[in-house]
Write a protein that binds this ligand. Sequence first.
Ligand SMILES: Nc1ncnc2c1ncn2[C@@H]1O[C@H](COP(=O)(O)OP(=O)(O)OP(=O)(O)O)[C@@H](O)[C@H]1O
Length: 270
Amino acid sequence: MSDAAPLLEVNDVSLVFGGVRALTDINFSVDRGELFSIIGPNGAGKTSMLNCVSGRYSPNQGRILFQGRDVTRLRPNQRCQLGIGRTFQNLALFNHMTVLDNIMVGRHHLMRNNFLTGSLYWLTGAQREELDHRRAVEDIIDFLEISHIRKAVAGTLSYGLRKRVELARAVALKPDLILLDEPMAGMNLEEKEDMARYVIDLNEEWGMTVIMIEHDMGVVMDISHRVMVLDFGKKIADGLPEEVMRNEHVRTAYLGEEAAGDADPNERVA
Ligand SMILES: Nc1ncnc2c1ncn2[C@@H]1O[C@H](COP(=O)(O)OP(=O)(O)OP(=O)(O)O)[C@@H](O)[C@H]1O
């Protein structure tokens, strides 16, 4: 694959649930290094699109290529191993486990030693491997500023902190492509500012390509390189944030003229 080839290509993807057409003929691509956002009203098909990329849903039609390889029929864990990580709209943490253990779960597929070799702990290099993993996890904990809660049981934390731990677990997979489903939902302004900064740093410092679904237009327009708009399962626009904001179809179909006026680009959250 040449450097110029997209990291992710979605070709003619359609997805149907019974009588509901969740997605119709969706085409887009995301280049390595991009921070790409998907927006649209409730029920527009955003999460369905992300689920087709992560492998949770299998499209009825179309193909998904990751690093030039057709992954359309691969299971979620296979895509994970190829470098696609994600967070969920509704938190999916192990609430009874500590923050540290939740993040270690994220490292699982990178660990070569299993329970058999693990029983030969000192002989197989498992001890060294575990140390390496712990070090990598510590880097993530420092980056996301959750050192003070590392030993806390995940279920006891505030919503904002649990979202951050969930992000940490997804980052622990060291994905090339990270899919974020409404990372700022339910957060206060300060938490949103922090999360926006983490997303930018993941993209710029950690080199991860990001696809983000987010309803906060201020954040989306401020930090995205490109934005795609879905409406009733169809793509109605994609382009630079300012182009999308100017697009009349988007303004009427999604934002509405009034809301479009509200999303003042000078009033950005991050
Ligand atoms: N598992 C499912 N079974 C049946 N219908 C589904 C399923 N998942 C999604 N849908 C339907 O597909 C359509 C798109 O839903 P989706 O959740 O992808 O939209 P969305 O843009 O992410 O919405 P929101 O912003 O509310 O999260 C909706 O009509 C939804 O009811």
